[in-house]
Write a protein that binds this ligand. Sequence first.
Ligand code: AMP
Length: 192
Amino acid sequence: MKILLLGPQGSGKGTQAARIAETYGIAHVATGDMLRAAIADGSELGERIRPIYDAGDLLPDELITELMRERLRADDARDGFVLDGFPRTMAQAAALDAMLQEEGRRLSVVFEFQISDEACLERLLRRAELEGRTDDSPEAIRKRLELYHAETEPVVEHYRAQGCLVGIHADRDIEDVFEEIQRALDEVLVRK
Ligand code: AMP
């Protein structure tokens, strides 16, 4: 199964992606986690991306696309993956589509996590207190929500037009959201 999760920061993508990966035995590919690891290990790449990451800005499309090309080719992602945090721009979506097409693969389903900005803001401010993520400052949070509307919502429309988008009501308990996802995934599996 190849699953894509779209939704603003704070919509619960990371939490649900981890559960999906565990339940269905597929790779959890999260660009944010990969970037945080690069920053933490003090690599040259990490130093280059740190200021962009901390400000809540998007990293250059080419850089992210190259990272993803390598990651999706790794053995653990061959049979399936849940993508969390990529693509975030139309250029990235076009690159992903081309990448999959080259290899004769296609996405099974794209989930859109639907939730208001206010609810996300509240969740992110709470996460800032609990986890202390360096990009969870109020300015960076605002920037990331703005970028979601400007850059990532067109990606949602792109996949809606392809007919593979399923909306998920994300402003609920983790368990309820996961149940809705499982029901949708069961249908996808039956259709195959
Ligand atoms: P996340 O953990 O998914 O919220 O990502 C945290 C940060 O990593 C974002 O605010 C961006 O700075 C960077 N990032 C993650 N994924 C991407 C992407 N697909 N394109 C550009 N920047 C990204």
